[in-house]
Design a protein around this ligand. Sequence first.
Ligand SMILES: C[S@@+](CC[C@H](N)C(=O)[O-])C[C@H]1O[C@@H](n2cnc3c(N)ncnc32)[C@H](O)[C@@H]1O
Ligand code: SF4
Length: 426
Amino acid sequence: MDIYQQYAYSYPHKLAYREFDKPLSLKEVWQTENQTKLFAYLHIPYCEMRCGFCNLFTIANPKQGLDSYLAALRREATTYRAALPNIQFEEYAIGGGTPTYLNVDQLANMLSIFKNVLGVDTNEKYGSIETSPKSINADKIKLIEAYGINRISIGIQSWIEAETKQLGRPQTPSLAAMAIRQLVDSAIPEVNIDLIYGINGQTTESWQYSLESTVAYQPTEIFLYPLYTRPLTGLAKINSQPTNENRPSLYRQGREYLLANGYEQVSMRCFRSLTAPTVPSNYDATLHGMIGIGAGARSYTTKVHYSGPYAVSRKAIKSIIQHYSEQEDFSSINYGIHLNEEEKIRRFLIKSLIDGGRLNTHTFREMFNQSIFELEVIQDFFDQGFLEKESNFIQLSRTGLEMEDWIGPALFSSQVNDRMNTFQLL
Ligand SMILES: C[S@@+](CC[C@H](N)C(=O)[O-])C[C@H]1O[C@@H](n2cnc3c(N)ncnc32)[C@H](O)[C@@H]1O
Ligand code: SF4
């Protein structure tokens, strides 16, 4: 059984989105929704390079267009504020791409749009921003501190240069070390470091070296990602595909090492320091909506999920960004997916069990008027030892955590699978 199906951190997957028959107005879509405790997301689709493994909505080294992108972001945020004057945000994330690819003035502009136009109180609410070794510097850190952003996440992937080269992300360990030193010495309370396992040529020893080099900085969080080779990425285009057979053993090695060195396991990927602060947020993805701004950002209501179009190739992403940057009217949406009752249940299961959640059986009964134990798939997961129950909560067991990338996709409906399989990926 191939346990590496995919990282199911959201549902339905964006490959299941399509153009709507007719556009819906923002106001209409949100009218009947709870507009408090929302999650705000801002997307910057730029990076200094396109890593070989990455299929995120981003382009490397754009020669121009950043200022017009930010102007469109301002128009989109203004539209939300005007259409939905009562929205309140509980948590936020600024991602990409690499938001710190922007220069200091652009970053200040972006943060001001997020806080003063969209209305996300970054200083009061819990939030996160992504960065990369090459794009971070002292001035940008100062800005991030001033906006009170709680967590900064940096992709290191490996401390071995030959391995980052293999990943199509050439990066010297000394550059990575310099960037992390600045982050851990800053006033930003939480630093997360991403590592990847299953790289061609990676061994038990080299993985151990990357784990130890990471723990040496005592970051509040470490994410261990199994390597996936995704369609149309740089890695998918080269001949020597990673065989990846060692992913399960490298996962266990990483897990044991981090558990023995002051970290607890939150999900298959996430390990959090025992001394990390508790996350002070009341946002619950099974109950509360999300508003995403920027090209490629997704938004979630109870009935509709929507975004701009998605692509992977540079040419297609560039044209989507250009279209976004020229857009004047953001008051309607025309791309996404409607969720029927079955999809709502599936989403509840995925958002509760995958990525560190706990499923509240009482909430499930209240929302869907049935017992979770009536679902065959849940009984089946219990029988296979993937789940454990404690009072009215269900969560992944130790075996379940290891199987997270199989369990999530096993909960997808055939309708969503069909849509994903027939998506025309450009
Ligand atoms: C949003 S991205 C990274 C943020 C930032 N742009 C950077 O690269 O430093 C989050 C993380 O997902 C992981 N990731 C992305 N694509 C992956 C893939 N195909 N296989 C394994 N991990 C992947 C990487 O560890 C990456 O750092
Ligand atoms: S991994 Fe990060 S830096 Fe690399 S292309 Fe993806 S978003 Fe950009």
